[in-house]
Design a protein around this ligand. Structure first.
Ligand code: SF4
Ligand code: SF4
Length: 107
């Protein structure tokens, strides 16, 4: 069971998560991060680090977030690896907590 980045990461991208991942399995898109499920070792270190509460174990996914299982897999294969924290998007705080941001996901 891998860990999954879900809806609330969209347009936030705080990137605190990448600093703690021991296997560097985060991949960066324009306004979202994805975890490669084949590289994730389920250590759970990233989950409490995310200020947006956007990371969940696949077997504890909140209702409605199932679509992100496939999205993490798909996008982690086409986006570049990210291993160091960087500044969040300028309007991250404004979007934190807004529901159903999938329509804003940029590839
Ligand atoms: S810390 Fe959370 S919101 Fe920020 S990039 Fe990682 S998963 Fe996304
Ligand atoms: S659970 Fe561990 S290995 Fe998986 S993405 Fe999070 S920090 Fe990385």
């Amino acid at each position: 069971m891998a860990f999954i980045v879900t809806d609330n990461c969209i347009r936030c991208k705080y990137t605190d998560c990448v600093e703690v991942c021991p296997v560097d399995c985060f991949y960066e898109g324009p306004n979202f991060l994805a975890i490669n499920p084949d590289e994730c070792i389920d250590c759970a270190l990233c989950e409490p680090e995310c200020p947006a509460g956007a990371i969940f174990s696949e077997d504890e996914l909140p209702e409605g977030q199932e679509v992100f299982v496939e999205l993490n897999q798909e996008l982690s294969l086409i986006w570049p690896n990210i291993t160091e924290q960087k500044d969040a998007l300028p309007d991250a705080a404004q979007w934190d907590g807004v529901e159903d941001k999938l329509e804003y996901l940029e590839r």
